[in-house]
Design a protein around this ligand. Sequence first.
Ligand SMILES: C[S@@+](CC[C@H](N)C(=O)[O-])C[C@H]1O[C@@H](n2cnc3c(N)ncnc32)[C@H](O)[C@@H]1O
Length: 309
Amino acid sequence: MVEDGRYYPALKGLSVRQDRMTPYYEAAWDMRSAVMLDWIEAGETSLARLLSRFQEHERHYKIYAGTDGDILSGWLRWWDRTNDWPWRGLKKLETSQPAVSRGLDVDLSPYVKFDLSEMLCDFADDVDTIVELGSGYGLQLFKLYHAGAPASARYVGAEISSSGRALAETLAALEPGLRFESREFDLNRPDWSILDGSRKALIFSSWALMYPHSLPNDFFEGLSRWAGAATLVFCEPLGYQWGVSHPMSENQMSAARAGQLNCNLAALAADATAKGLIEPLLVAKDVFSCSQDDAFDLMSVLVYAKPES
Ligand SMILES: C[S@@+](CC[C@H](N)C(=O)[O-])C[C@H]1O[C@@H](n2cnc3c(N)ncnc32)[C@H](O)[C@@H]1O
């Protein structure tokens, strides 16, 4: 593998900097589907194994977007990112990786990761519904289920791209005990009917609220029209909105000013708090990044409670 180039007309001519995320993810999830569907056809039946194999695949190969200057050419390819892959075990044991933990620069073994599913599990006691906003192909939801979140809950992947939703449905079918559904959902026009029938939910996001430059003003008002109670856990590279501290959060601010990152989540949450629609529980700023120079990697975790009404 894998010099698997594919042409996506919807990407051609878009700027690499703006307005490309929806068509880009439509195409990128399609590239990933091709790999995973091949493996399923070749006999892979375990969802847990398939997800781990695919995460390994993405450590080896990266989706590379062809460009003419700043303009996407329409081609996506799997690009071999390590030329000494067979030696990765020796190399990783010998090196450390400049990372950030709780706002501090640290050197970590490349084998140390932030366990998002364990963290989300801690917020999932007794919920009847777990919703991920901007869920891609469902990876975080599946990992959360495997980490021991309630088996009886309904798991909802709320995602804008049809390719992400379709792949999530295919993968969920490998796990017969999982109550999963993909729902079409646009953060710019959230339709909270995805929560209908639920009384207690965990609603989370992972690197998704970052994309709409400006979330709609009635984001939390719309949610508050649903009567149930929820914990909201947003895992996003948006810590800069609660104060710039680490140099990477300064880079987040610059990216937001250039229109590449959300700029109003903190303001909307403060407004919704003042109106009594949500209660802020924690701003865990700059919790983790595997790098010290990728502003989009540095995750903060923002936790709110939405009371029953
Ligand atoms: C970086 S991926 C993260 C996927 C998933 N949350 C995860 O952690 O594996 C960002 C996701 O947000 C979705 N997204 C971007 N803009 C969106 C929007 N306006 N409404 C809903 N989803 C959106 C993309 O389609 C993509 O699936």
